[in-house]
Design a protein around this ligand. Structure first.
Ligand code: ZN
Length: 244
């Protein structure tokens, strides 16, 4: 159920919306609905028309792709640093993957037609979304090299750090199946890695609930891709005040 925006204390916790000045945000605000992101809620299916675009405030939405034999893998994920339904912002309102809520949270939702006309009238917002598209491509490129050269344990630590950033809390529920699909490894491998990482004191893992105990220790076990992706985000989303 949607919650009135005025009950939100920080409606611009989404980093893309935070780039809008107060006047531009005020013009968008009447079109925004505050909605929960429920665990395993499907926002779109692959190639389905995108009726709404979501700006997460917390939680994680994963984009999944499935092969003809049913094998499914995560190809990207979005938290409060981005937007779900990016294609709709560049006039391609057909989902390029199945969007599933992996970690519950909340989002600001807007109808595709409304955000498209808003983008036409607001060059700064258009510039922010263009820069974000560049970030998406850059992160996908980093993921390719990461999968090729970095160990499953390094990628597990990287993935947990990113999830921690997006969760805005230290404890979150994650099934081994979700982690396995996200990393492209078997569940037994996830179990082994979780045990090893727990032994370093970085996390505590109990019955599908992960608590980040020592973030610095977790960072020490992640590959360089975490820092690289963070730097790329800051560098590429440096949108000039003058807009497009
Ligand atoms: Zn990596």
């Amino acid at each position: 159920m949607a919650t009135p925006l005025q009950t939100l204390t920080t409606p611009r916790r989404n980093k893309l919306l935070a780039f809008l000045d107060n006047d531009d945000f005020a013009r968008l605000e009447p079109s925004l609905q505050h909605v929960p992101l429920d665990f395993q809620q499907q926002l779109y299916d692959y190639r389905q028309s995108v009726s709404h675009v979501y700006f997460p405030l917390s939680g994680v939405v994963a984009a999944m792709r499935t092969l003809s034999d049913g094998e499914t893998a995560q190809v990207a994920s979005v938290g409060n640093e981005g937007v779900v339904g990016y294609g709709a912002l560049i006039d391609a309102p057909v989902a390029s993957g199945r969007a599933i809520v992996q970690l519950p949270g909340e989002a600001l939702r807007v109808e595709t037609a409304a955000i498209q006309s808003y983008a036409l009238e607001h060059p700064r917002f258009r510039a922010v979304t263009m820069h974000y598209g560049h970030i998406l491509i850059s992160h996908l490129m980093q993921s390719v090299v990461c999968h090729q050269f970095h160990s499953a344990r390094q990628r597990y630590a990287l993935w947990l750090l990113q999830t921690h950033d997006r969760a805005h809390r230290d404890t979150f529920r994650l099934t081994q199946e979700i982690v396995a699909q996200s990393l492209g490894v078997r569940r037994a491998t996830v179990s082994d890695i979780a045990r090893d990482v727990q032994q370093t004191g970085a996390i505590e893992y109990r019955r599908g609930v992960i608590t980040v105990r020592d973030r610095a220790a977790l960072m020490a076990q992640a590959c360089e891709c975490y820092d690289s992706m963070q730097e790329e985000y800051a560098r590429l989303l440096n949108v000039p005040d003058s807009g497009a």
